[in-house]
Design a protein around this ligand. Structure first.
Ligand code: GAL
Length: 371
């Protein structure tokens, strides 16, 4: 069996890391005040709540006015919020999009009024009006998830024949990041699926059929339950590629309901992303999920607010990638940060050591989503 390769819709798979850092023009200070609208997608995931706060704080510390709003995963609501920010006269928009294809019209209006538009973490597609993109190496996120599966299953060890049964989950189809995460993972698993060491019994390998609408854990839980009932009554499942912690926990709950006990050999390897406190607790305490990807969102917020500050000070923002993220109109000048693999061996050093989380956060974490 082999995975059908979906070509990336936009741009190339590999992330070029051409360094153009510091290509500022050292211009005169602008007449801009720095007034910024921050449109975040949701509050159901820790990261966006924390980042909204960071962005607001960093911009306010620079003396700029800000408006911060959360779109509750509703694309129409997000458009209304952005329209109101534009009407209130923002000079900058920092947007974590909900539906990456729905913002063209409102961004055209914003652009006509001279607003600079920064696509935050998720690339906004199908519009010429995005000026900058601040994100992580999203392809690498998928590589790290797939590598964890290969390592934990011992697939690369000599003499291992398999087959190991795995199932794949991808993110929301309306989020451009999903395809980069998924492609990074598929490319990493590919030689083992070609050789038959890894099998995907459901045969569900395309991005669409594996996708999880709005990254919902409950949606993932339902799909995992169906996969287990249809394909695993008489078969062992060895690993699940899950692209984001909320999805990972939905997968874990479905596996538990199916009668599998976390922390035992029968429980599949489950990956994740975002280092949410509850998922870190699962990793630490062997409660089902064994990996996540840490993207230091404090750094991302600093990159995005730094872009605003540069422009206000009359300089070009620093970017380090011009050739990876094509949004359908152009390659958007990007600043990409590096993601970090997290498992039981390094969560404390990386997450507590960098003060991203405290041990108490991990101890006291509760499920932020509804299942
Ligand atoms: C993606 C983001 C991930 C995760 C996911 C669900 O766009 O890159 O880190 O947060 O959304 O919120």
């Amino acid at each position: 069996m082999h995975l059908s390769r979906r070509r990336l819709l936009y741009g190339s798979a590999g992330v070029a890391v051409a360094t153009m850092a510091g290509c500022s023009t050292d211009g005169e200070s602008s007449s801009l005040s720095g007034f910024t609208g921050i449109a975040m997608p949701t509050q159901t995931s820790d990261r966006w709540v924390i980042e909204g706060g960071f962005l607001e704080q960093q911009l306010q510390e620079a003396g700029y006015k800000t408006i911060l709003q959360y779109g509750d995963d509703d694309p129409e609501l997000q458009i209304t919020q952005i329209r109101s920010m534009v009407d209130q006269g923002v000079e900058f928009l920092i947007i974590g999009a909900i539906d990456n294809r729905s913002l063209g019209e409102i961004l055209a209006t914003a652009k006509n009024r001279g607003v600079t538009i920064i696509s935050y973490d998720r690339l906004i597609l199908d519009t010429p009006d995005v000026d900058y993109y601040a994100s992580f190496d999203n392809y690498e996120v998928g590589v790290l998830q797939a590598k964890h599966i290969l390592d934990r299953l011992g697939v690369q060890e000599e003499g291992v024949e398999g087959p190991f049964n795995i199932e794949l989950f991808s993110g929301s189809l309306d989020d451009s990041n999903s395809q980069y995460f998924f492609q990074g993972a598929l490319d990493t698993l590919e030689r083992y699926t070609y050789s038959g060491v890894i099998a995907i019994p459901s045969n569900e390998t395309e991005q669409e059929v594996t996708s999880t609408e709005r990254w919902s854990g409950a949606v993932a839980m339902d799909r995992m339950t169906r996969l287990l009932e249809d394909h695993y009554e008489d078969r062992e499942l060895h690993a699940v590629l899950a692209p984001y912690d909320g999805i990972s926990r939905g997968v874990v709950y479905a596996l538990e309901d199916f009668g599998l006990a976390p922390g035992t050999d029968e429980f599949p390897v489950v990956t994740g992303q975002d280092a949410e406190a509850l998922s870190v607790q699962f990793i630490r305490d062997e409660k089902g999920q064994s990996q996540t990807v840490f993207k230091d969102t404090r750094d991302l917020a600093a990159v995005a607010s730094g872009m605003v500050k540069s422009i206000v000070n009359g300089n070009d923002p620093e970017v380090n990638d011009l050739g990876t993220y094509n949004n359908g109109f152009k390659f958007v000048p990007s600043y990409l940060l590096q993601p970090v693999n997290i498992d039981q061996s390094n969560w404390e050093e990386e997450l507590v050591g960098s003060e991203y989380l405290t041990v108490e956060d991990v101890d006291n974490a509760v499920e932020p989503q509804e299942f």
